[in-house]
Design a protein around this ligand. Structure first.
Ligand code: TYD
Ligand code: MG
Length: 479
């Protein structure tokens, strides 16, 4: 018989300890460790009983390519790698209120035209889900709705060959298996419930989508503890004060992981955004300093985003640096490169950087756009109108070429931009012809060239730049 022992388990990362502590040593979360009853480990040795022999196959064998089912919501399908794979498990994580239930109800309703779909809620009553469906204009979709939290009941009900296509579990943190002592939402329960449901999906060949809340407080087990168990991990993110939401693949056994899907939250649910660049570019004004447009690539798609920066004089010994939507360490690096290689010192000023619209960018190609926004703010000179910027900056200040230049230029041209400040590469010159010749490329090889575009470098340090902010913006000094 399995012996019960008590362990202290971090609800954020799943690490377990013999003693309680305020901060998890493994992931650094505060107040995330709670006591849980855990089944004692299996006996150390296997004993004498012989197992069955397993058979091996070779790589040349014929296997069925992963069949996929398109749900009909193109942004969701693309993030999944071209549709959902039967017999797989998908985790959809996100903060409460971001729109997970809404998204999955829409996905289930869209797929229900092709295959039977079940939606099991552990959080809302059937009436509530119905009311939401009504609001979304999905009142007539043929989804099988249920409210349940006991995994044994769910498995008994669905363990039959009736060709179910999709099962949505909303949320995994409300589910429990009755032979575990821990409360629903703990690491042990979340893992055991997910294991049972994923096993069922594999056995019966349907796709199971597990909704997982991400919480900052860490009092319930986060989706992190499930990431290794599922085939696909998607995060639904965005700023609840903004309308749009980004669905991002962070793990996918059946497709690429850098794909994003963009949605807009409206009164009638989530709408797909097929041209996200238009959304992420705030209203363009030509005379604003400290803003640049980055021609980025998200997954397979080009995406234009506005990068904004603000530089203000500071009396503090270590002035504030605040970054929204980008990596703070990377900003520190760019500031250091600007100072060391171009003599542009911002060490005595506060620096704020914001990626417009609440998007998060991870691409190093944004370096040059960030630098352009910073130099523009420091010099009080706007980036010339209709100009996009991209390129990676190295520590010596050199500008490195980035991938998919042509796709970036094409997207920029499509949205009415006529000029790109980009790394100089011989290949670019040839590509210009192919993009229709509409884009003028201002090729640069070093950040010094970029600073040069914003007017002659002034001698002197931080104080002058602090004052430069308040100078009346002049017209850009290049064409
Ligand atoms: P919900 O899907 O319940 O979030 P989650 O399951 O991630 O907790 O969505 C919550 C928010 O979305 C809620 O604040 C209301 C808003 N919403 C709309 O703006 N329009 C809609 O059509 C729906 C259904 C919800
Ligand atoms: Mg919900």
């Amino acid at each position: 018989m399995a012996r019960q022992t008590r362990r202290f388990v971090c609800q954020a990362c799943g690490a377990s300890f013999t003693k309680w502590s305020g901060r998890c040593e493994s992931c650094g979360s505060w107040n995330a460790i709670i006591e849980e009853a855990i089944e004692a480990a299996a006996p150390r040795s296997l004993g004498r009983r012989r197992g069955h022999s397993i058979s091996f196959a070779d790589l040349q064998g014929v296997s069925e390519a992963a069949r996929r089912r398109r749900t009909g919501i193109a942004e969701f399908d693309r993030v999944c790698g071209g549709g959902i794979v039967p017999g797989s498990g998908i985790l959809v994580g996100g903060e409460p209120g971001i729109g997970k239930s809404t998204l999955l109800l829409q996905v289930a309703a869209a797929l229900a035209r092709e295959a039977p779909c079940a939606y099991i809620s552990g959080e809302e009553a059937v009436d509530q889900v119905r009311m939401r469906a009504e609001r979304l204009g999905l009142g007539s979709a043929s989804i099988q709705l249920a409210v349940a939290t006991d995994v044994r009941d769910i498995v008994s009900t669905l363990d039959r060959p009736d060709g179910l296509g999709l099962l949505v579990i909303d949320s995994i943190q409300t589910m429990f298996v009755d032979n575990l002592e821990s409360a629903p939402g703990t690491v042990a329960q979340v893992r055991a419930s997910a294991q049972a449901l994923i096993g069922l999906a594999k056995r019966r060949g349907f796709t199971v989508v597990l909704v997982g809340h991400v919480t900052k407080e860490g009092m319930i087990a986060g989706p992190k503890v499930l990431e290794h168990m599922v085939d696909t991990v998607l995060y639904f993110e965005g700023d609840t004060s903004h309308q749009f939401r980004v669905l991002r693949a962070v793990k996918n056994r059946f497709g690429p992981t850098d794909e994003i899907g963009v949605f807009e939250m409206t009164d009638a649910g989530l709408k797909e955004v097929t041209n996200p660049s238009a959304l992420f570019l705030s209203d363009q004004r030509d005379d604003v300093t400290g803003a640049s447009v980055f021609a980025g690539i998200e997954g397979s798609r080009p995406l234009l985003v506005e990068i904004q920066s603000l530089i203000a004089p500071s009396q503090l010994p270590s002035p504030r640096r605040a970054v929204v939507g980008w990596d703070a360490g990377r900003l520190a690096m760019i500031l250091a490169v600007l100072e060391a290689r171009c003599g542009l010192s911002l060490s005595g000023t506060e620096v704020y950087l914001n990626v417009a619209g609440g998007l998060r960018i991870g691409e190093p190609a944004a370096d040059l756009a960030v630098a352009a926004a910073l130099v523009s703010a420091a010099r009080g000179v706007p980036v010339p109108p209709k100009t996009v910027v991209f390129g990676e900056i190295g520590l010596s200040g050199e500008i490195r070429a980035v991938s998919r230049t042509e796709a970036r230029l094409k997207e920029a041209s499509k949205l009415g931009f006529t000029r790109a400040i980009a790394p100089t590469a011989p290949a670019d010159q040839k590509k210009r012809g192919r993009t229709g010749g509409a884009m003028e490329i201002v090729g640069i090889t070093h950040v010094r060239d970029l600073v040069g575009l914003f007017g002659a470098a002034r001698s002197g340090g931080e104080h002058e730049f602090g004052q430069a902010v308040r100078r009346v913006p002049k017209a850009a000094s290049h064409g």
